[in-house]
Design a protein around this ligand. Structure first.
Ligand SMILES: O=C[C@H](O)COP(=O)(O)O
Length: 246
């Protein structure tokens, strides 16, 4: 599979760093993040950037040679085909190469709600690389992974929706996560893990060999809505390279 981003295919997982503005994007680029993830943490788990800063980030990324992966979130949206398609189209229109779309569990349960959403997004998936984000704290249906691949999604990742309710490993055990990574990779999907990850989570999660691990809160001094801290970012970068023990 061609990954289209500079995430190492084998070896250790790459670093996805969520950044809240253009200044933080510079810090993440300088620190060697493999995927710079444009996200507004103040507006929720998948808070979106505005259109003008997204376009500015794409211009900066292009000026830097498009070497690093660049993703953006489309905002926290309900599992509704029209709403998700409009949000994904808005983000894709700015030129961001990886568009992250959350798939929250609908209030009435998983049911058949996913199929019409994937049908609606499949044409866009032929033009833009879409990443599905499933939420570990909402008991995601991992059997759905092949459906994302069939709809043309480029990747899938696990995150957490409620940032006050514990990290990824508080919701899904290592065995379940190993199954997620194996099934997603078997379906040919770029595969990521995130959700209030801390330094000490890196070793057990890296052992599962996802393509990347995603961080925001651990990169900030006083919580995920505070400013990115270059020192913490460097520590996470080094830990992902296996150079420090958490
Ligand atoms: O996509 C990754 C997320 O931004 C992770 O955020 P978090 O570490 O605060 O849960």
């Amino acid at each position: 599979m061609t990954l289209h981003v500079s995430v190492p295919a084998a070896a250790r997982p790459g670093l996805l760093a969520s950044v809240a503005d253009l200044a933080e994007m510079e810090v993440a680029l300088g620190a060697g993040a493999d995927i710079v993830d444009l996200k507004n943490p103040a507006e929720g788990a998948l808070g979106a950037w505005g259109e003008a800063p997204l376009r500015a980030a794409v211009a900066r990324w292009r000026a830097a040679g498009c070497v690093t992966g660049l993703s953006a979130t489309v905002g926290d949206q309900p599992l509704d085909a029209a709403i998700l398609l409009a949000a994904a189209r808005r983000t894709a229109a700015t030129g961001v190469p990886l568009v992250k779309i959350g798939f929250p569990l609908p209030a009435e349960g998983p049911g058949a709600a996913l199929a019409p959403v994937l049908d609606a997004l499949a044409p866009l998936a032929r033009e833009t690389r879409l990443i599905a984000v499933l939420f570990a704290d909402q008991r995601p249906d991992l059997a759905a992974l092949p459906h994302f691949a069939a709809a043309g999604f480029h990747g899938v990742m696990l995150d957490t929706a409620d940032k006050t309710a514990g990290g990824l490993l508080a919701h899904l055990g290592v065995e379940r996560l190993a199954g997620f990574v194996a099934e997603a990779k078997a379906a040919g999907l770029l595969t990521g893990l995130a959700g209030s990850l801390k330094l000490e989570d890196i070793a057990p999660l890296a052992a599962l060999k996802p393509h990347y691990l995603g961080f925001r809160g651990a990169l900030c001094a006083t919580g995920r809505t505070s400013a990115l801290d270059p020192v913490r970012l460097a520590r996470v970068r080094e830990a992902l390279k296996g150079r420090v023990t958490a």
